[in-house]
Design a protein around this ligand. Structure first.
Ligand code: CA
Ligand code: CA
Length: 108
């Protein structure tokens, strides 16, 4: 397997690369280069997911997200745990999208 050439990559391939790049942009700031510490997680949530998780600025919310994501309990969010968050948020967005699209149809 090789990384797709961005020139020829499909939209989905680009989206996957962007998720990888986004994770590493934050994970490399301190401690383990390949995992997000709580501070890195907070920075990532605030910068990248401010629209979805606007409340992440408050410390308790970040602690809660960290507890929920850190399935192996090492106090850091690795890429697998990160992608579960992105996946769950994407599912939530899709549900919203479906609901938004279905509502006007039901009135007819
Ligand atoms: Ca790190
Ligand atoms: Ca972990």
């Amino acid at each position: 397997m090789s990384l797709p050439d961005p020139e020829n990559a499909s939209t989905l391939e680009n989206a996957m690369q962007l998720m990888i790049q986004t994770f590493h942009k934050y994970s490399g700031n301190e401690g383990d280069k390949y995992t997000l510490s709580k501070a890195e997680l907070k920075e990532m949530l605030t910068t990248e997911l401010g629209q979805y998780l606007g409340h992440a600025k408050d410390k308790e919310a970040v602690d809660k997200v960290m507890r929920e994501l850190d399935s192996n309990g090492d106090g850091e969010v690795d890429f697998t745990e990160f992608i579960i968050l992105v996946g769950a948020l994407t599912v939530a967005c899709n549900d919203f999208f479906l609901e938004f699209n279905e509502k006007p149809a039901k009135k007819k």
